[in-house]
Structures are given as C-alpha cells and as structure tokens.
Design a protein around this ligand. Structure first.
Ligand code: MTE
Ligand code: MO
Length: 187
C-alpha cells in the first residue's frame, strides 16, 4: 500500500507562497548573532562564522502550510537543531521553546518536536543561499509541523519551563501544529 504523502486538507503547489507579518530590516552578517538562552545549562551566542563552521547537513522535505498548500521536496541545507540543543543542554524542566525572528515574529514549539532529528536551521535552499524573502540569513525548518512553525530571520531561541505563545498561537493556532493530525487551531 502506498504511503499517503499529502496530509488531509492540503493541495500541492509548485512554489512556497511567501508569508511575512510585516517589513523585515536587512541584516549585516558581521553583526548577526544567534542566541540560545533560558532554561539551559549553557546559554550560547553564535556569530555567523561560527554557525557556518558547524557540520552542514542537507535535507529534502515537503513543506505544508496551514492555509492548505504544500510544496514537494524542498532541499534545505544548514545546521541540525539537535547539534545546537546538545551544545546548550536544556534543563529537565524545559518543555517549550519560543523562536523569534528579527521581524518581530515568534512561534512556540514543544521541546520534543523541536528536538526531532530532521529539524534544521537552514541557510541554503534549493542549492542557493537562503533568499531574503525565505528568511535570510537563517530560518528554522521543522518539516514535521505546519510551516508557520518554521520561523524565518531567526535571532533567538528561548527554552522555557512554561508555555509562552508566539504570534499565530496567540491568535488561536495550535501549540504543536502536526499536519498529519490536522492540528491547525486550538480546540
Ligand atoms: N519570521 C517569520 N517567519 C515566518 C513567517 C513570518 O511571517 N515571519 N511566516 C510563517 C508562515 S505562516 C509560513 S507558511 C512560512 C512560509 O515560508 P516562506 O515565506 O519561506 O514561503 O513561513 C513561516 N515563518
Ligand atoms: Mo503559513
């Protein structure tokens, strides 16, 4: 039996639609920092040079937006989220992460979904440096969750013992957002 590739309620598009909550300032890579902090043993601040010096992996995955479109086989390259989690060592009480972008966007993810082996912080997409509109210089790619969890323009990752909701979650979107369970909105 073939495994269904398209989650319930989705249709295929050829290209991802760009969604932004507002204007995004350009970024100077010399000044760029990625900060991981909160409920962790070892808070971490990384420069751009330090990020690209980490092991780089490629992942080809479908991308599912909650507004009912999906795109097949996007090739992402970047740093494994797991490698960063290993470096900070979350406290046992850390149950959530809140990821923020420089556009003011944020999204919350349960830590067990954030720690899935497939997750990347990507800086290349389909063979080219991550285009500005897709989150330059660094975006989250969580292929197991709806695309609103894949925050673009990422600057901070906060580990939390309690739930702090992100932009869409404050407006009623699901705290996990698994497309295979159609977790679109909180019920
Ligand atoms: N920083 C930031 N990340 C974001 C968004 C946003 O507005 N700002 N939109 C989200 C939504 S709703 C979707 S569907 C995807 C779309 O990714 P794309 O703009 O690269 O196609 O980005 C997600 N990440
Ligand atoms: Mo979306």
């Amino acid at each position: 039996m073939a495994v269904e590739r398209l989650p319930e309620g989705q249709r295929w598009l050829d290209e991802p639609i760009v969604y932004d909550i507002g204007p995004v300032a350009p970024v100077d890579l010399e000044a760029y920092r990625l900060r991981l902090f909160g409920a962790v043993a070892h808070p971490l601040t990384l420069t751009w040079q330090e990020i690209v010096a980490m092991p780089c992996v490629e992942l080809v995955r479908d991308f599912h937006c909650v507004t009912a479109w999906s795109v097949r086989s996007i090739a992402w390259q970047g740093v494994r989220v797991r490698d960063l989690i290993d470096r900070v060592t979350p406290d046992p009480e850390a149950l959530w992460v809140l990821v923020r972008g420089r556009d003011g966007y944020s999204t919350n993810v349960p830590i067990e979904d954030f720690a899935r082996p497939d997750n990347l912080l990507a800086y290349r997409m389909n063979g080219v440096p991550l285009p500005s509109k897709h989150g330059h210089p660094l975006r989250l790619v969580l292929p197991g969750l709806y695309a609103w969890k894949s925050a673009k323009y990422v600057e901070t990752i906060e580990f939390l013992s309690h739930l702090k909701r992100g932009f869409w979650e404050e407006r009623g979107y699901h705290d996990r957002g698994d497309p295979w369970r159609e977790e679109r909105f909180r019920t």
